[in-house]
Design a protein around this ligand. Structure first.
Ligand SMILES: [Fe+2]
Length: 248
């Protein structure tokens, strides 16, 4: 079984289409979207429709929730806040119903746990060691049979490992395919499709093979200028266009 795992599309249609074209070179049996289809960029409705057309296994991210229920945008920074309210005005009722229907977390085939931010809170981040340890502890307590978790929200690619002795560490992102040890546990962030923050502009996603377990992080070039032009045309903050080029 071959899966494509992606997160934080954030209304960047050009990046989303480029990732799907890259996936299609070797078809996946399922595409997993870890949330935040909308927000920041200028094509929210098109991105929701594309996720539905591909029958992706989708989670609700904090921006998806805020686009449907604006009171959840109150804690957002000024750029995120402005963009999510604009997204809400650009989505039709059917697209909003779809976003509202998505789950926070999902246990997939008793094998993978999917969540947007942290397993117990879609708004919390896994950036630091103590946060990764907390997420592994939650998994061991609640779903001891599951060894692999996929998450998003930080827009940073990440690969955390907990070995059989309980040591947790952040591993470097492998350049090519990497085998996973079936005895160990992993927390994996594919990076962001539509607003990567690894100081590199290309869209980021992950390919996963199940037997034997292996992963491959992928970076995909896309029409950045067109995505930027749409942001400016929508009169969203110019910074949202500039940051795409800088990968921040
Ligand atoms: Fe996000």
């Amino acid at each position: 079984m071959r899966l494509a795992v992606l997160a934080d599309v954030h209304s960047n249609l050009e990046a989303f289409e480029a990732v799907l074209q890259d996936c299609a070179k070797e078809p996946a049996s399922a595409i997993i979207n870890l949330g935040d289809l909308v927000g920041y960029n200028a094509s929210p409705g098109e991105c929701v429709d594309l996720a539905r057309r591909h029958q992706m296994i989708s989670l609700q991210g904090n921006h998806d929730r805020a686009a449907v229920q604006p009171r959840f945008a109150e804690g957002f920074n000024i750029f995120a806040h402005q963009a999510v309210l604009w997204s809400a005005s650009a989505l039709n009722a059917e697209q909003k119903d779809f976003l509202a229907s998505l789950p926070d977390t999902l246990l997939l085939w008793d094998r993978y746990i999917l969540f947007h931010g942290a397993p117990d809170n879609p708004e919390a981040y896994i950036f630091y060691l103590f946060q990764a340890k907390k997420a592994f502890a939650y998994m061991r307590h609640r779903m001891p049979e599951v060894r692999i978790a996929f998450f998003g929200h930080t827009h940073h690619r990440a690969l955390w490992q907990r070995d059989v002795r309980g040591r947790v560490q952040s591993l470097p992102i492998p350049r090519g395919p990497m085998a996973l040890d079936p005895e160990e546990m992993y927390l994996i962030n594919p990076g962001s499709v539509g607003q990567p923050r690894n100081h590199h502009w290309e869209a980021s996603y992950l390919i996963v093979t199940a037997d034997p377990p292996a992963i491959e992080f992928r970076l995909v070039p896309y029409d950045l200028r067109l995505a930027q032009a749409k942001i400016r045309e929508a009169r969203l903050p110019d910074y949202l266009a500039e940051r795409l080029a800088a990968g921040v």
